[in-house]
Design a protein around this ligand. Sequence first.
Ligand code: DQA
Length: 140
Amino acid sequence: MNGPNLNLLGSREPEVYGYDTLDDIKGRCEALGSELGFQVDFRQSNSEGEMVNWIQEARTDHAGIIINPAAYSHTSIAILDSLLASEIPIIEVHLSNIHQRESYRQHSYVSKAAKGVICGLGAQGYDLAMRAMAQLLEKK
Ligand code: DQA
């Protein structure tokens, strides 16, 4: 699940976020999903409420959530609360290394609900998160 402005990837500050578009990342996640034996439901929203609704739904019909909450990482207790209620494994991903950036990006509310956090490795972070999720789900 991808948060606000990630639909602009590829053209949005490529020196920070890379040149891959969200569609490129989606394609790679879907291919890796079939290799790992799970179905990927890849989504993006610019709306906090829509993300909360999707997280609530995932509780019943998804095995785990890999989320790049984008700017909502740093502001949204509502997204944190929905993730805490979800009772499925959560992995947080950021393309950039948020700890090297502006101070307001260095804290993520969402991390409190995440089993693990991957940041700073660009689009590759999504692949790593999927492999980690496959292992978490196998162990369950
Ligand atoms: C981001 C980092 C956030 O601080 C920023 O608001 C984003 C993207 C990342 O993937 O590096 O939109 O989550």
